[in-house]
Design a protein around this ligand. Structure first.
Ligand SMILES: *Cc1c(COP(=O)(O)O)cnc(C)c1O
Length: 374
């Protein structure tokens, strides 16, 4: 029996009648762009995050772009973020015409290391984008202190951390703006692309609503140049069905992560470390292993799906060579790219699958030990 890395149909099957009814309702309504379904989900999700405003977008990338535009970030500006992230974080900065300044991550937390902020700062710096990677909140307190001291906008990248908490409060309301993704694999996933920006600032919310559709402040009249990045009402209706289940799904992820930690104790795998200041929601269960590639190959032979998040750091990818970071410039990030391995983890994963993955990893380690002895 194989263990796939993901099983996206499982969640649909669980909620099929409600989801089908929600989709049918949108189709029958004739309201196919924005409208009441989108507004209802925007409010419900903003409430979960503890933010006043939610502005639905076409994707998480769109949310990041719109947040940057709303904050007035553009050509001539620099934005500090990490290279150890989904490429979308950095792409959004480029797409608004600004320059990404990439810093290394904390070797235990895997999120933006606040110790590198001072050396990354320049007179052109306008914003910082901390990424709550794998479901682990970034160290927001020192990041926010630094941002306040230097008058910088903070945009949280919450794409992997729906429902995660930092110092007891949900991520997504710590910075000035926050970008969320409802890409199907995320902790709260749509049946297609979807995203949102949350904020407590009414002027940002108003500007975001204009920027997401052509810069319209009133219909057909653009006050500024905008995008087309709107949350689709069919996706909003599906997400509204799923939203009440998010806390329970996150608890299931946490329970499976605890089971992995137990089952992998004593192996060479380095496990995600808990931090007292935050609640991890395990979008991904990422271990580090000195023999990562061999372990992955062995697990694949056993029918166990794994992925690498991420195999090539953004600063070493072809599209970002002109930023001028060579190999060796971000050592923690580059080390992680060699060692990280994401094991299967989703709310519907059976507990015994975790035990089987752990057992397979032990077998692989035992095989390497014997090969070393021969
Ligand atoms: C998924 C993701 C994004 C992009 O979201 P899309 O909805 O796929 O555009 C941005 N940042 C991070 C960290 C992500 O994981």
């Amino acid at each position: 029996m194989s263990i796939p890395f993901l099983n996206l149909q499982a969640q649909y099957q669980q909620l099929q009648s409600e989801i089908d009814a929600a989709v049918a309702r949108v189709l029958a309504s004739g309201w196919y762009v924005l409208g009441p379904e989108v507004e209802a989900f925007e409010q419900a999700y903003a409430r979960l995050v503890g933010c006043e405003f939610g502005v639905g977008t076409g994707s998480g990338t769109g949310a990041l772009q719109l947040a940057l535009l709303a904050a007035g970030v553009g050509p001539g500006h620099e934005v500090i973020t990490v290279s150890h992230t989904a490429v979308a974080t950095v792409a959004a900065i480029r797409l608004v015409g600004a320059r990404p300044v990439l810093v290394d991550v904390d070797p235990a937390r895997y999120t933006l290391d606040p110790n590198h902020l001072a050396s990354a700062l320049s007179p052109r710096t306008r914003a910082i984008i901390p990424v709550h990677l794998y479901g682990q909140p970034a160290a927001m307190a020192p990041i926010l202190d630094f941002a306040r001291a230097h008058d910088l906008v903070v945009i949280e990248d919450c794409a992997q951390a729906a429902g995660a908490r930092y110092q007891g409060r949900p991520v997504g309301c710590w910075g000035d703006l926050a970008a969320h993704s409802f890409y199907p694999t995320k902790n709260l996933g749509a049946a297609g692309d979807a995203g949102m920006v949350t904020t407590n600032h009414p002027e940002f919310a108003q500007r975001l609503r204009a920027l997401r559709q052509y810069g319209w402040h009133t219909r057909y009249i653009s006050q500024e140049v905008g995008l087309n990045s709107r949350l689709d009402p069919i996706q909003a209706a599906i997400l509204a069905v799923k939203l009440p289940h998010l806390p329970r799904w996150n608890r299931l992820r946490q329970a499976l992560a605890a089971r992995y930690a137990q089952a992998l104790a004593g192996t060479q795998a380095r496990l995600p470390q808990p931090f007292a200041d935050s609640e991890h929601v395990y979008h991904l269960f990422v271990i580090r292993h000195p023999h990562r590639d061999a372990i992955q190959a062995y697990l694949r032979q056993q029918g166990i799906g794994t992925l690498i998040h991420y195999p090539v750091p953004v600063h070493l990818q072809p599209a970002y060579q002109d930023l001028g970071y060579g190999p060796g410039s971000l050592p923690v990030t580059e080390r992680l790219a060699q060692e990280v391995l994401s094991l299967p983890l989703y709310p519907e994963l059976p507990t015994d699958a975790v035990d089987r993955v752990a057992m397979a990893l032990r077998e692989a380690e035992e095989m390497f030990r014997q090969q070393d002895q021969d």
